[in-house]
Design a protein around this ligand. Structure first.
Ligand code: SF4
Length: 353
């Protein structure tokens, strides 16, 4: 019922397994084990992929990977029974596939998109409110993987009249049965985060170690700010103040609203679009899309929303009269940022999550 994918040759398949070992932080010795886990058709786990209040951006992000055909391999490896955007079937046949899989039980449930809190009728599919379908699908799922900002913590829809919320919120409030939940929270989901999580589950039959908001530590344990290529500029007090300035083009984007000092994700090292670039690399500040506070708690996106550790960066910048002062102040700022910023230090209120 799904679109057909091109055949993957053995060389590409092993490349995929080696790449996945890197994603999971495993050595090359793990490649044969990954190949067995991924290639063993008998273990093909059934997967249901539901879309609630979303833009399908996570689906697009996932199928857009090209090296080496990650989406094809994973989608051929798992038994994807239901996906509203990818499946060729429609109407009764599609609904039957969904309900047959739910009756079978033991599947992986992937959720993209939020749950409208204001009124369940904001999202209905086949005349059924999304939250009711999610309730049924979660009841028999082995594990639930929420992908993207919307399905994890509400994302942009949380700032709209529908008041979209994440899967964890629905579980906490009794709208959806409590199940093991993994949050992959960037906007959109990083394809390697999803592939890595699925393969981890195939290998170990359990969720990976996670942080306090259910994000896998293997992807979300480091601050963007600590690995940012512009961190040296931050420490030296070199901030971009004028978007049109050629001289300042590689300066730190903190004054332009960068949320890197409060955001946990591996974007600086993993990057996006097959490793091509990432937000800060192409001159836009981090928007904090992996954090539970995104979007409402991170806006305005292009204006500074908070001072670092209680210090006004502009004031310190104004004191930077000479090289010694630059060094001293840079050290001072860096100390404050690394020493005092920790998990749970969002810029503003996070809204309901
Ligand atoms: Fe990078 Fe943003 Fe930190 Fe500046 S504030 S160093 S641009 S993460």
């Amino acid at each position: 019922m799904l679109r057909s994918f091109r055949n993957i040759n053995r060389r590409d398949f092993l490349k995929f397994c080696a790449g996945t070992a890197t994603i999971l932080g495993l050595s090359e010795a793990a490649v044969p084990r990954i190949a067995r886990a991924v290639g063993d058709a008998a273990k093909k786990p059934p997967v249901i992929w539901l879309e609630g209040q979303d833009c399908a951006g996570c689906t697009i992000s996932f199928i857009n990977t090209s090296n080496p055909g990650t989406a094809e391999i994973v989608l051929d490896t798992i038994s994807l029974r239901y996906h509203e955007t990818l499946m060729a079937a429609s109407g009764y046949v599609a609904e039957k596939a969904l309900h047959d899989t739910i009756a079978e039980g033991g599947y992986v449930l992937i959720v993209e998109g939020s749950i409208p809190k204001a009124d369940e009728r904001f999202v209905q599919i086949a005349d059924v409110p999304f939250v009711k379908t999610l309730n049924k699908a979660a009841a028999n799922a082995a594990v639930v993987i929420a992908i993207g900002a919307c399905a994890t913590y509400g994302g942009i829809p949380r700032g709209t009249p529908s008041n979209g919320q994440g899967v964890g919120w629905a579980m906490e409030n009794g709208l959806v049965p409590k199940k093991p939940l993994i949050n992959l929270s960037t906007c959109p989901v990083h394809p390697e985060h999803l592939v890595g999580t699925i393969v981890y589950y195939l290998l170990f039959a359990k969720a990976p170690p996670m942080d306090s908001v259910a994000r896998p530590l293997m992807f979300f344990d480091k601050l963007i700010h600590d690995n940012c290529e512009r961190r040296g500029r931050f420490d030296n007090g070199e901030f971009l103040e004028d978007w049109n300035s050629f001289e300042e083009r590689n300066s730190c984007l903190f004054l332009k609203g960068c949320k890197g000092p409060w955001t946990y994700a591996d974007c600086p090292t993993r990057r996006w679009n097959d490793g091509l670039n990432w937000c800060i690399g192409c001159g836009a500040g981090c928007q904090g899309c992996s954090q539970p506070e995104f979007y409402t708690g991170m806006s305005p996106l292009y204006a500074k929303t908070k001072d670092i550790a209680g210090m006004r960066i502009e004031t310190i910048g104004a004191l930077l009269a000479g090289a010694t002062a630059v060094g001293l102040a840079g050290h001072f700022i860096g100390q404050a940022a690394t020493g005092r910023l920790g998990k749970g230090g969002p810029p503003e209120e996070g809204g309901e999550s």
